[in-house]
Design a protein around this ligand. Structure first.
Ligand SMILES: [Fe+2]
Ligand SMILES: [Fe+2]
Length: 441
């Protein structure tokens, strides 16, 4: 579907408001009519940061706009409240991406919602007017996370803007209908512009435009998701969790997550770069070291949170593996510049620094499984005597015969056990199934 025609059939109204602005707005409307403007709403909504009492709704627009979400528990939105984009102090206006943060939701509850936006004429300090409004005619749904939601998750990773792999992955996810999806990093390559990011997450070229409109997504960034000027401000398209969901200490940890999904607790971590901060190629522009330490403090706290500590199953997600037993695989802490003849690469195959900080905490908490990515090759590492968690490494993006096949990893609790199904997206078959016992308390 073409972006311009995304809102085909939508109610598009032109509204001129104010007093002194009427002339300016009318002139603007007149010129717009001559130009046959694009529809204002330019994408389906994407649900971001699945959580118990809040969710983010993000969508693209084609002009300066103030966007909103109508959300309620009734299917006809008869009880809907209107939530504007932006923070507490004022509503936001943006030319390309609208982010609406919905708070005050009930856990494990189904909600209905619709998106809309007001086109804003902005000529300067007092020269502002609403010059048109659009609402998506469709009503979407989402269900918040929570202990009472007996659902499932799916994981994709290392999509690297390879649409021929992402398309079948999204098809499989649609068939599996999970409660949420974890995008486990390397969605990007090196994105330099906001438009690059919009085309990955909000307005992609695939048919399944509404892939994330009713299925909430969580994000564990990969090393590529911080590369390129645009990715340095990924929050412009991938919003942070709610400010009230994190303390000021955790302010920069906007996408880390610790949520209950029925009997499962899902933990999201960011392993950050696969090269050292001191690597000359990075010109001192990365701070992965302190970022990982900040997450360690956060992880220790969330693992002791009653709702997380009481979960029978603990599954952790992060992009770079936390374990690798091949001695020639670079562990990511080779100072000063990641090079050493003992290792087969000058970048991390696994993250020993994170493993040393997070591994013991996860072991102590009884974590059954770490799902990671980064290697573009599916593998399973069984637990060991000093490491109670197993590790699943998601596949790559190759849609040709070989070992780099893409995976969708599905997790759900069945008959009191955690069942993990690895779907091979190239062959269309189930690659493996694993089952895990609940944590023995
Ligand atoms: Fe990758
Ligand atoms: Fe990676």
């Amino acid at each position: 579907m073409d972006r311009r025609n995304f809102l085909k059939g939508a109610a598009v109204t032109a509204v001129a408001v104010g007093t002194s602005d009427l002339g300016t707005a009318a002139e603007h409307l007149s010129s717009m009519a001559e130009e046959e403007p694009e529809t204002l709403l330019a994408s389906a909504p994407m649900l971001q940061n699945f959580a118990e009492t809040s969710v983010g709704v993000v969508f693209a627009v084609n002009g300066l706009a103030n966007g909103y979400v109508l959300v309620g528990e009734r299917a006809d939105l008869g009880d809907a409240r209107k939530v504007l984009c932006g923070g507490c102090r004022m509503a936001d206006i943006d030319e390309r991406v609208i982010q609406v943060r919905i708070t005050g939701l009930k856990p494990a509850t189904k909600y209905y919602y619709r998106i809309g936006a007001d086109r804003i004429h902005y000529g300067g300090g007092y020269d502002m007017a609403v010059i048109g409004s659009e609402e998506d005619p469709r009503i979407y749904t989402f269900t918040t996370a929570g202990k009472a939601l007996k659902g499932s998750f799916c994981v994709i990773n290392d999509t690297h803007v390879r649409w021929n792999a992402i398309g079948p992955e999204l098809d499989r996810i649609a068939a599996l209908a999970p409660s949420c999806v974890i995008w486990n990093g390397d969605a990007s390559n090196t994105e330099e512009s906001l438009e690059d990011l919009v085309s990955i997450y909000l307005d992609h070229p695939l048919d399944r435009k509404d892939y994330a409109a009713c299925t909430p997504y969580l994000f564990c960034p990969g090393n590529h998701d911080s590369r390129g000027r645009a990715n340095r401000h990924l929050e412009r398209v991938w919003m942070y969790r709610q400010p009230e969901e994190r303390s000021s200490r955790d302010w920069d940890l906007g996408r880390n997550f610790a949520v209950r999904l029925g009997d499962m607790a899902l933990i999201g971590l960011d392993t950050a770069e696969d090269k050292l901060d001191t690597n000359p190629r990075f010109a001192g522009l990365f701070k992965s070291g302190p970022y990982r330490e900040a997450q360690t403090v956060w992880l220790r706290d969330v693992l002791s949170r009653p709702d997380i500590a009481s979960a029978p199953f603990l599954v952790t997600f992060c992009h770079i593996p936390l374990f690798d037993d091949d001695p020639v695989h670079n562990p990511g802490d080779i100072a000063p510049d990641d090079t050493d003849p003992r290792y087969s690469s000058d970048y991390a195959y696994w993250q020993r620094t994170c493993a040393r900080m997070w591994g013991p905490l996860l072991h102590e908490a009884g974590c059954q499984l770490v799902i990671s990515a980064h290697m573009h090759r599916y593998r399973f590492d069984p637990p060991a005597a000093d490491r109670c968690w197993a590790q699943l490494v998601g596949g790559g993006y190759s849609m040709q015969e070989g070992e780099g096949f893409p995976t969708v990893i599905e997790g759900r609790v069945m008959d009191g056990r955690l069942r993990i199904t690895v779907h091979n997206i190239f062959s269309g078959s189930v690659q493996n199934e694993f089952e895990f016992n609940p944590i023995q308390v």
